[in-house]
Design a protein around this ligand. Structure first.
Ligand code: PLP
Ligand code: COI
Length: 363
C-alpha cells in the first residue's frame, strides 16, 4: 500500500542560517554530533492507529515521566543514510529493507508496526525541508535515525498502548576518527550483548546498553569496537557492538557468521553478500568459531577481516586483541578485497556506478 498519512509541516523559527549551515558542513562532521533543523513525529495509539504526522522544529520531546520507554526500555531504532549525487539529487539505499527490519524489531519489542511505505515517506518528508543539510563532501552523507518509543504513561509491565515514532537526521562523515584506516577490535569474553531467545536480532536500545561496558573495556585496551561471541557456547563469533563482520580467505572465499537469532541482520551485510556473489567469490554464511579467526589469521589462510554497517560502511579490521593474545597487524595496509567491495558499494550509493540491483530510491 502507498503511504497515506497526511503531514502537517511547521517550519522551525530558529533554523540556522545558510551561512551557519555552510560553516558547519564545511567542518569535521564526525558521526552523530550535529542535527538538522527539523524532525518527523508520528503518533500511534491502540484506538486510532498511526496519526498526527508532523514535520516540526528539531527539539526536546515532552514525555510523561511514567512513559514505558523510560522504565522498561521499549524502544527500537534504525540507521539509514541519504547520499548526494554529483548532479545534486538525493538518494537513499534500500529503505524497504530498513522499513521491514523496523517492523521485525517492533514485533519483538511489542511495538506497533509502521507500514514500510510510511517509513520511506517519513525520510522523504524530512529531506523535503532539510535537503540543504545533505552534505556533498566525498564520503559524507545525511544519517537518518528513525526511532520508536513506548509513550504510554503506565507502570504495569505490558506492551504499551501508545507509541511515538520520530526521525532525526545528522550530517555525517566517517564513523571512526581515522577514516578508513584499519581498526583494532577487542574480544569480549566476559559479556554477551544478546541471549538465546533474547532481543539480539532486533535493533533495540537495550542491546546497545548491554554493549557499553564491554565497549568501554575495548577503549581501555586501545580498541575501537568490541567483538561478541555467541551467548550459548561462547565459541562462535557473532558481530561487533554496531557492525557485522566478514572474513576473506586467501582462496577467494568470503565468510560471515550466519544469522543466529542473536545478531542483527545488517543491510550492508546483505548487500555485500550480493556484491561478493556478483564478483564470483564463493560466499559462506555459517558458524565461524573464534579459533577459526585466530588460527586463520595466524596461518595466513584468512587474508582480510572487515566490519560493515551503515555508519561504518566497510572498515578494515587490522587486529583482534583479547585477554593474553593479539592476532593481525594493525600497521598492515587495508586488504584488497575489503577496499574493492567498499569502493563498489559506495560507488553505487553515490551514483558513480550503475545500480544494477535497484537499491537506490530517490528522496
Ligand atoms: N550489527 C549491529 C549491532 C548494528 O548496530 C548495525 C548497524 O546498524 C549493524 C550490525 C549493521 O547493520 P546495517 O548494515 O543495516 O547498518
Ligand atoms: C548504524 O550503522 O546505523 C548503526 O546503528 C550502528 C551504530 C552507530 C549504532
Amino acid at each position: 500500500a502507498p503511504a497515506s498519512l497526511a503531514y502537517q509541516v511547521a517550519l522551525s523559527d530558529h533554523a540556522r542560517s545558510a551561512e551557519q549551515r555552510a560553516a558547519l558542513l564545511a567542518g569535521e562532521l564526525g558521526f552523530g554530533k550535529y542535527f538538522t533543523d527539523h524532525m518527523v513525529a508520528i503518533q500511534w495509539d491502540k484506538a486510532k492507529g498511526w496519526h498526527d504526522a508532523q514535520v516540526r522544529a528539531y527539539g526536546p520531546l515532552a514525555l510523561d515521566p511514567a512513559a514505558a520507554v523510560l522504565h522498561y526500555g521499549q524502544e527500537i531504532f534504525e540507521g539509514i543514510k541519504a547520499y548526494r549525487h554529483a548532479d545534486g539529487s538525493i538518494w537513499t539505499f534500500r529503505p524497504e529493507a530498513n522499513g521491514a527490519r523496523l517492523q521485525r524489531s517492533a514485533e519483538r519489542l511489542a511495538l506497533p508496526k509502521l507500514p514500510v511505505a510510511e517509513f520511506t515517506e517519513s525520510l522523504r518528508q524530512l529531506v523535503a525541508v532539510d535537503h540543504e543539510w545533505v552534505p556533498s563532501a566525498p564520503e559524507s552523507s545525511l544519517y537518518f535515525r528513525p526511532f520508536m518509543i513506548a509513550s504510554e504513561a503506565f507502570l504495569g509491565v505490558r506492551a504499551a498502548q501508545a507509541a511515538s515514532y520520530y526521525v532525526i537526521a545528522s550530517p555525517a562523515g566517517a564513523y571512526f576518527a581515522k577514516g578508513v584506516a584499519p581498526v583494532s577490535i577487542w574480544l569480549s569474553e566476559d559479556y554477551a550483548r544478546a541471549a538465546k531467545g533474547g532481543t539480539g536480532a532486533a535493533k533495540c536500545g537495550g542491546n546497545y546498553a548491554a554493549s557499553l561496558l564491554p565497549q568501554q573495556e575495548a577503549y581501555a585496551q586501545g580498541c575501537s569496537q568490541v567483538l561478541f561471541l555467541d551467548p550459548v557456547e561462547g565459541r562462535y563469533i557473532e558481530e561487533l557492538g554496531g557492525m557485522n563482520v566478514f572474513l576473506v580467505y586467501r582462496d577467494g572465499r568470503i565468510v560471515t557468521p550466519e544469522l543466529s537469532g542473536s545478531i542483527l541482520e545488517g543491510i550492508t551485510r546483505s548487500s555485500i553478500l550480493q556484491l561478493a556473489r556478483d564478483r564470483g567469490l564463493k560466499v559462506e554464511e555459517r558458524k565461524v568459531s573464534i579459533d577459526e579467526w585466530k588460527n586463520g589469521v595466524a596461518s595466513g589462510e584468512i587474508s582480510e577481516v572487515f566490519a560493515c554497517g551503515t555508519a561504518a560502511v566497510v572498515t578494515p579490521i587490522g587486529e583482534l586483541k583479547g585477554k593474553g593474545f593479539v592476532v593481525g597487524d594493525i600497521d598492515a595496509p587495508a586488504g584488497e578485497v575489503t577496499m574493492a567491495i567498499r569502493q563498489e558499494l559506495t560507488d553505487i550509493q553515490y551514483g558513480r556506478a550503475p545500480d544494477r540491483h535497484g537499491w537506490l530510491v530517490r528522496l
